[in-house]
Design a protein around this ligand. Structure first.
Ligand code: NAP
Length: 334
């Protein structure tokens, strides 16, 4: 499998994106200098695409510092090798052109760019239709050259339809998608196929639960669940089918991983990359704390076959239906 994909006609990305929620402070302390040093290691290994947000602590500033150092240490022309996708997550309420312009202006300045590669927009309350005003203002800023491509995060399929009907062009929607959360397959993937949109998937590694580290381990107690990401996905595991069934899944993934001489995490990411409409998987990076660059590179070096899929399917068939339990993608936020 190729490591990169043509995400938009003028934008190629690595199919594994580096997720920067992990530098927000909710996943342990991050040393700024070590974190930015580490960004070079990711970049040099081919992981050139970053996913961040206005509210992920210093993430946008890290991009700014990384770009400045990159331009100084290497050549400024090579800055085009870096893709940085941010988000705008406004508080509920009226959305004016001024509000949108100011938010985009702050991201541009923190990230040290003249144009955002991708602006992913989140909205908390569908009852408040001001999300359409926000998107129209963002589309105007795009036409003025401040945003290269417009995208969404955590929108459901119904709202994707409403937005498309307004003539607003978005290239992707970022949603939770993992072996235990295949809700995008139910409705969203086919909508994306029909509307030239793709999905960026997060949560594929369940914050780290989907790895050898938790194989054969008793259910972790609250004190052990020490990152915001692990807390989020422990709730998902409980909703999906619980710890005992999750152990069954890990055991099957380990057998598959051993067959291919890769890791459980590799199988989990590869499975999602093979899903319909998925352009990329965002894997969280605790920069300067823990690093899995070499292991994650192996995702591109093997393929899951029909036997692997059948073994996985046999476990997943025992789980609860999250579409019924939670609703479409993003409904967990509403
Ligand atoms: N739009 C949204 O609402 C939203 C929500 C959540 C996340 N996101 C995005 O998605 C990104 C991913 O975050 P996530 O919370 O979903 O976490 P995740 O990617 O499921 O898990 C990340 C963790 O997995 C572990 N890991 C990574 N590679 C591994 C490997 N090869 N082997 C074993 N363990 C490995 C690391 O744990 P250790 O550090 O402990 O080693 C890492 O911190 C975020 O940074 C953010 O960009 C977006």
């Amino acid at each position: 499998m190729s490591t990169s994909v043509q995400f938009a006609p003028d934008l190629t990305i690595c199919r594994i994106l580096n997720g920067m929620w992990q530098v927000s402070g909710a996943h342990g302390a991050i040393d700024r200098h070590r974190a930015v040093d580490e960004m070079f290691a990711y970049h040099d290994a081919g992981f050139t695409t970053w996913d961040l947000a206005d509210h992920y602590g210093p993430a946008e500033d890290f991009i700014g510092t990384f770009r400045r150092r990159f331009a100084a240490d290497r050549e400024a022309e090579r800055l085009a090798e870096i893709q940085a996708f941010t988000k705008w997550v406004p508080h509920p309420g009226r959305v004016t052109r001024r509000l949108v312009e100011d938010a985009v202006g702050i991201s541009l300045s923190r990230m040290g760019v003249e144009r955002l590669d991708l602006l992913q927009f989140h909205w908390w309350d569908y009852a408040d239709k001001a999300y359409l005003d926000a998107l129209k203002h963002l589309a105007d800023l795009q036409h003025e050259g401040k945003i290269r491509h417009l995208a969404l995060t955590n929108f459901d399929t119904e709202r994707l339809g409403i937005i498309a009907d307004q003539g607003i062009r978005v290239v992707s929607n970022q949603v939770q998608c993992s072996l235990i959360d295949r809700r995008p397959e139910a409705r969203m993937a086919s909508f994306c196929g029909d509307h030239a949109m793709t999905l960026l998937a997060y949560g594929a590694l369940l914050g780290g639960f989907l790895s050898e580290r938790y194989l054969g381990r008793p259910e972790p107690q609250r004190a052990e669940i020490n990152t915001a990401s692990l807390r989020k996905y422990k709730n998902m595991i409980d909703a999906w089918g619980g710890w005992t069934l999750f152990q069954e899944l890990l055991a099957v993934l380990k057998r598959i991983a051993d067959r291919h001489r890769v890791s459980i995490a590799n199988v989990g990411v590869r499975y999602i990359l093979d899903c319909r409409a998925v352009a990329g998987v965002i894997v969280g990076a605790r920069l300067g704390v823990a690093q899995h660059v070499a292991d994650n590179s192996r995702v591109f070096e093997f393929a899951l076959d029909g036997d692997d899929q059948a073994m996985i399917e046999a476990v997943l068939a025992k789980s609860r239906d999250l579409m019924k339990l939670i609703g479409d993608c993003g409904d967990e936020y509403r």
